[in-house]
Design a protein around this ligand. Structure first.
Ligand SMILES: Nc1nc2c(c(=O)[nH]1)N[C@H]1C(S)=C(S)[C@@H](COP(=O)(O)O)O[C@H]1N2
Ligand SMILES: [Mo]
Length: 175
């Protein structure tokens, strides 16, 4: 399976720039919602803080690759990724597009992980995927890694604990 061939839009150019030269793209702390969306948006940290917060549970950050225990993370507070995506509106150009939709969550350094539409909207996993702006009761700022995206039900949490999240990209996959 492959990702649908990218068309030469400004959005795709911006994503390619991010992968090549991660630090150059956006103002620190801003999050861009892009790709297969009805209302693409850029949100500042202050805008994220205005959404109703969901409080996560504390967890142990552990690297999948090495098994290394990193640290115990106090509860995060943040907005559900599904709430942000619902507000931005998912495009459905062909019947069944959601079945083939994935989301890239991209960090400031070009590190990225994936979520599927089903995982977020059709399993309990999505209820605990947060874009966090507070940790242990203290506000996070761009210097301390905000916003952080993480998936609260992952068995090994470090891979999908993306520091300085800068972009959520919605894509419909094609064979
Ligand atoms: N932005 C960003 N977030 C990231 C990563 C990364 O390279 N960039 N690596 C992930 C992985 S694989 C691990 S193990 C942890 C490492 O966390 P640490 O830097 O606090 O040790 O961050 C996760 N989040
Ligand atoms: Mo890791």
């Amino acid at each position: 399976m492959d990702i649908a061939p990218p068309t030469a839009t400004a959005e795709n150019t911006a994503l390619a720039d991010l992968a090549r030269n991660p630090a150059s793209t956006q103002a620190a702390g801003t999050l861009r919602l892009a790709g297969s969306l009805l209302r693409p948006a850029t949100l500042t940290l202050d805008a994220l803080r205005r959404y109703p917060g969901t409080l996560g549970a504390p967890f142990d950050l552990r690297c999948y690759t090495t098994g290394r225990f990193i640290r115990t993370v106090p509860p995060y507070r943040g907005v559900r990724l599904t709430a942000l995506l619902e507000e931005a509106g998912l495009r459905c150009d062909e019947p069944g597009d959601f079945k083939r939709m994935v989301f890239f969550a991209v960090g400031h350094d070009g590190y990225f992980v994936t979520f599927s539409w089903h995982e977020l909207f059709n399993t309990p996993v999505g209820e605990q995927v947060l874009v966090a702006y507070e940790c242990g009761g203290a506000p996070l700022d761009a210097e301390t890694g905000a916003p952080v995206l993480y998936s609260g039900t992952d068995l090994v949490p470090a891979p999908r604990h993306v520091k300085r999240l800068v972009r959520i990209e919605a894509r419909v996959l094609a064979l």
